[in-house]
Structures are given as C-alpha cells and as structure tokens.
Design a protein around this ligand. Sequence first.
Ligand code: PLP
Ligand code: COI
Length: 341
Amino acid sequence: MEKKNIDWANLGFGYVQTDYRFVSNFKDGAWDDGILTEDANVVINECAGVLQYAQTVFEGMKAYTTQDGRIVTFRPDLNAERMAQSAARLEMPVFPQDKFIEAVIKVVKANEAYVPPYGSGATLYVRPYMFGSNPVIGVKPADEYQFRILTTPVGPYFKGGVKPLTIRVCDFDRAAPNGTGHIKAGLNYAMSLHAIVDAHKQGYDENMYLDAATRTYVEETGGANFLFVTRDGKVVTPKSNSILPSITRRSLIQVAQEYLGLEAEEREIPLEEVKDMAECGLCGTAAVISPVGKIVDHGKEICLPSGMTEMGPITKKLYETLTGIQMGSIKAPEGWVVEVK
Ligand code: PLP
Ligand code: COI
C-alpha cells in the first residue's frame, strides 16, 4: 500500500482530511451497524441538540507504525470506557465498547495510507465523537445521536517539539467540584478557549488550572494532565475528581513503577509545593509528555531545575519508555497494544 505524499516530519497538530470516517446513528433506542464513508461533512437539523445545548463528547487516541511495520493503537479499551462514562454523564446513549474498538480498527485500516511511517515523528490521531442530532428546543437530552470517528495525521501538539514550555497559573477555572471536569465533553474545551487565547496573548504556552473551590491545588491544563518529579526522584501526579483521568498519565505511573523502578503516586499537589519540584511535564495523547520549564504565578516565576533547553532526565526516561512501548520497540504490558494490521 502506497503512503500519501505528506511531509510527515513537518506536520503540526492540525486537521488533514483523510479518505474515510466511521459513522453510526442511534435512533429509536438502538445503534445501527455503522459504515465507513468518504463524506467528511455532517448534515444535521438547525435545532440539533449539539448545536443548541452542546450535547457532545469525544475521545482522542493515536495509531502508530511500529519498527517492524505493523500498525497499532494504544489501550483503546480505556478510551471506549471513558467515552461511555462521558456519554452517561451527559445523558447520551453509550456506544458499545467492543463496537468502539472494532470501529477504530476499521477506520484506521481504511486510512492506512495516512498512518505516518515509523520514525517520522508523526502519528495518526483518531478522534471518536458523539453528538445529539435531532431537534431539541426545551432543555433535555436528544433522542437521536451520531457517533463518528475521524482520523488525521499529526505532528507534535506544541510547536517546537520537546522544547520546555512556559505556563501560567490561570485565574479562570476549568471545572467545578461536582461538574464535568472528569469527562471529555466539548463544553469543557469551549470554556477554556478564552483562557488559552489570553495565555497566548500574554506569551504563555498553556494554563495551569487550580481547583475551583480553594484555588490551592494543581489540577491540569486545557488538554493534558500534569506530571511532576520531586527532588528525590519520585513521580507524582495530581489527584482530583475534576480532572480528566488521562490514559497517558495512568500508563506513565505504571511505567515509572514497573519499568523504571521509581516510586510513583497520585495525590493532591498544593501549588505551594510546585517550587520544590525537580521536573514537570504535561501528559496526554496529543501532548505525549511535553516538558515544562517555567511556571509563572502572577509575576512570581517558578523555574524548574531541569531548565528551558531540554526535558528533565526522568521525564525523558518516561517519554522514551512510553513511546518505545507504543511504537513496539519495548515490550508492552499485556493488552496495552492492539494491532490494527
Ligand atoms: N486532560 C485533558 C483536559 C485532556 O483533554 C486530555 C486529552 O485527552 C488529557 C488530560 C490527557 O488524556 P489522555 O492521556 O487520555 O489523552
Ligand atoms: C488529546 O490529547 O487527545 C486531546 O484530546 C487533547 C486535545 C487538547 C487535543
């Protein structure tokens, strides 16, 4: 199979239309079998639930080409499970989890020509999403839904690749204590847009959100969880029920413990403690692990000892081990890597 003529090494994190997408509709209480289509446009009624009341959830995952030329995905069962939790919170029907994995495999296979080659630095980003599709004008859940999966080849989420980021402590809140911060709903991202545009205007790469109730604990950024390394070499990540349970972060904790022999724990992390950390990174499917060099808290600079030129040493080991597992050069724990082809 011939690959598309794409400059893989210079891809950013953007949308490149690929040939096929998966579409399934929910009507009269049941999902249809779904199809692959070449039509990239969605046609829905002007009053569709998603357009009026933002009833939409999504997922983000990647397909990788391994060193020996296979195409694989990483822990798609966890994306299926999280999407089910997201859907339930927004009163949407659950797309069956086995069908979710089947559909991911089908759509990646159909777009094989767009799966970036091993070593190119790019991957195929896979975006499952679901939305209320029938007209709704009173505030209530839709009765009909569409589940789709689009794919797009992507490069690094942050320009500059592994150059450490500068982030700011944000005055806007991302999620309420009993709100929707723990699910992957479009609404969480809509409300982060003003904060990220403002951060960029002020010269920062990202926002560090704090817990909305007390504004004393570290939560996450708009699109990734935090991971810190303490000065005595322990990996710590924020525990909160208003952050997205990142699959990358959960995997990294296990990688730290089982592959690198490090202590790793999920616990509340006061902002006050960040000045004592040795390394900081943002972790997620899109971000992989992007190192943070500086955190600015209202003019007060916290400069991580790992500096502004490269990843900290433990962050780098975590990055190399995780990407090695994802790209097949390091043996994965049972069930983590699912073969597409
Ligand atoms: N936090 C937020 C708000 C995100 O959007 C993402 C991206 O999916 C993550 C964390 C990282 O999650 P994952 O590692 O499952 O991609
Ligand atoms: C992902 O990492 O998959 C996400 O959905 C984050 C988004 C900001 C691109």
